[in-house]
Design a protein around this ligand. Structure first.
Ligand code: GLN
Length: 292
């Protein structure tokens, strides 16, 4: 059946109304725009035009996926973070507002590092944190690293789309193994590693548990495996007096600080997320830490 863009929008809204209530119109508009490649303004301007069969089917598909609980970011294939529109696929976590805490700590420190600092983003996923740092710390050379080849593909696309290929590179890294010497030394390591405990994995929201990559979420029995591994394997990849900035889960602040302190780091700052939960730490390694 032929439909105008107005029909497409109204039908989508009707289908979404029982579950989404007052948000149905906004979601319908977003899904129709994404399915047709139109901006919201263009959708309004073109409301009387007929949409192609292909677009009609794509809108139906998007609405159906939304109704089964698939996160909007995966349906749209993109998500905004720190003023960037990033490609996301089910191979990477959806960038979360929570991650602004570690991003802001890393940017603040990055701006005061020596010229042309080298910064490593471990467990980078979509690249959201490292790319946000690259955009603000304009002389930094950033390495985005992940164990997932599929995630790196997404990180590479985001790097290219943001025209950061000159300063940002992507490498396959398993943080559970010693840092490869070819990586060289870094002024700062930033990471939002998997930190969900085995018990919490069972209790995650269905929208997370059923759709987001468990590889990027599960941090072992106590959720801390990756902090121990990164500190053990990547401290040797830091320049003297280098820093790490970690995101961590609710209530993990003391345990993560302890892992750092036991490895000769000094805690410089802890930061809350926008919900008031302690979410990130900045720490400096080695003797210079005591002097600065
Ligand atoms: N904040 C994410 C969540 O709770 C977890 C992210 C992570 O493990 N790094 O869904």
């Amino acid at each position: 059946m032929v439909k105008t863009y107005a029909d497409l929008y109204l039908d989508a809204r009707k289908a979404l109304l029982p579950s989404e209530g007052m948000y149905a119109g906004n979601i319908a508009r977003e899904l129709v725009c994404a399915a047709s490649g139109k901006t919201q303004e263009a959708l309004i301007a073109d409301r009387g035009l007929y949409a192609s069969e292909e677009i009609c089917l794509r809108v139906e598909n998007f609405v159906r996926r939304h109704l089964t609980g698939e996160p909007t970011a995966y349906i749209l294939g993109q998500w905004d973070f720190a003023d960037m529109t990033l490609t996301v696929t089910p191979d990477v976590l959806i960038p979360r507002d929570d991650s602004m805490a570690v991003t802001e700590l890393a940017i603040k420190k990055g701006l005061f590092l020596p010229q042309n600092p080298r910064i490593l983003d471990l467990c980078t996923g979509s690249g959201c944190i490292g790319l946000a740092v690259a955009r603000r710390v304009k002389d930094a050379k950033i390495t985005l690293a992940d164990i997932s080849q599929e995630a790196l593909r997404v990180a590479k696309k985001n790097t290219a789309d943001l025209h950061l290929g000159g300063r940002v590179s992507c490498v396959l890294v398993d943080v559970k193994k010693p840092a490869a010497p070819f990586l060289g030394k870094f002024d700062m390591i930033v990471s939002n590693p998997p930190y969900v405990t085995t018990a919490e994995m069972e209790r995650l929201d269905a929208s997370v548990k059923d759709y987001e990559p468990h590889l990027a979420l599960h941090g072992g029995e106590d959720g801390l495996d990756f902090y121990r591994a990164i500190v053990q394997n990547f401290t040797p990849a830091l320049r003297p007096g280098g820093c790490v900035a970690f995101e961590f889960g609710k209530g993990q602040d003391a345990a993560v600080c302890q892992i750092l302190e036991q490895a000769d780091y000094r805690i410089l700052e802890l930061k809350q997320d926008n919900s008031g939960i302690l979410r990130a730490v900045l720490a400096q390694h080695g003797e210079e830490a005591a002097e600065s």
